[in-house]
Design a protein. Structure first.
Length: 67
């Protein structure tokens, strides 16, 4: 388990750092909670890739229209 030192009684900052360090462990735990068929994983990955591509194209169009 990751450890974080609290400096100058700044608990909020230490908590942010701790959450950032634990993010990978939490993600792995959530992924292992239920079994997902390989075909379902591929379908979700492809859907996420399409969404990322649409988002990038939308951002590029907005940047062109700024000038």
């Amino acid at each position: 388990m990751p450890k974080v030192k609290v400096r100058n009684n700044n608990v909020d900052a230490a908590l942010r750092v701790f959450k950032r360090k634990c993010l990978e462990h939490l993600w792995d735990f959530k992924q292992r909670q239920e079994y997902v068929k390989p075909s379902e994983e591929k379908r979700k990955a492809k859907k996420a890739g399409v969404a990322r591509a649409k988002k990038r194209r939308g951002d590029a169009k907005q940047q062109r229209n700024k000038f």
